[in-house]
Write a protein that binds this ligand. Structure first.
Ligand code: PCA
Length: 220
């Protein structure tokens, strides 16, 4: 294990998928690339929406950058707020094919790995920081069973087994307004708002070595 580059944060986003022309996750990470947040340089990596290739690209980016913190970001059309994920599961069950046509049913992300990992980000501190603003945000207990969850799981397994001192996690974001307009009933959020919100979440993650102890959760 080599030392991390304590001065950098790796942010990953995704290319568009499911017929959409844009993915807000890509736009957010490109907007934040090269900026400095809480003394950490932001490095952006756009991942393919492809089960195998996304995991390879993620591993390569972590190996190349040795970041102090890794946050993967994806689009969750239909959600209304910035959605901080708590749990990654070792399961792929693809409702639609990925961008290479692969559509696995009920296979593990990584065979032999644990059933699940928790985010190691201070999720409640991040949520509190967002709730102190006008940006809608929530905790989520499922990142789904598609490429985002697979990247989240692979990220947590990679860090747990190779870089245990490096924290990581996943955040889902809503549709952009132009996407929401094409999906009647689905909420949208402006790119500037999402980008500001992700910046606030990253700042909270970098400035809280431990999470805050406040009530959260959901009854069902
Ligand atoms: N969202 C998808 C994959 C890529 C993305 O941005 C998901 O939630 O799995």
């Amino acid at each position: 294990m080599t030392a991390s580059n304590s001065a950098s944060v790796l942010l990953t986003g995704f290319e568009p998928f499911a017929g959409d022309a844009v993915n807000p996750a890509r736009e957010i990470v490109l907007a934040l690339a090269g900026t400095t947040i809480a003394g950490h340089r932001v490095i952006a990596q756009v991942l393919p929406v492809a089960f195998a290739a996304a995991l390879h690209a993620l591993d390569a980016a972590i190996a190349a950058e040795r970041p102090a913190l890794v946050i993967a970001i994806g689009q969750a059309g239909g959600r209304a707020g910035i959605s901080i994920e708590r749990v990654a599961i070792n399961l792929i069950d693809a409702r639609i094919p990925d961008n290479t046509g692969a559509q696995p049913i009920d296979v593990p992300v990584i065979a032999g790995a644990p059933a699940a990992y928790f985010s190691t980000l201070p999720v409640k501190a991040m949520l509190a920081a967002l709730h102190a603003t006008d940006i809608p945000a929530e905790l989520s207990f499922s990142a789904g069973s598609y490429v985002c969850n697979a990247v989240f799981f692979a990220l947590m397994h990679h860090l747990a087994t190779r870089h245990p001192s490096v924290r990581g996690g996943f955040i889902h974001v809503p549709y952009l307004p132009q996407q929401a307009a094409a999906h009647p009933g689905a909420p949208g959020m402006a790119l500037a708002t999402m980008t500001r919100g992700i910046g606030i979440a990253i700042t909270a993650a970098l400035t809280h070595a431990r999470d805050v102890r406040v009530h959260g959760g959901a009854i069902a």
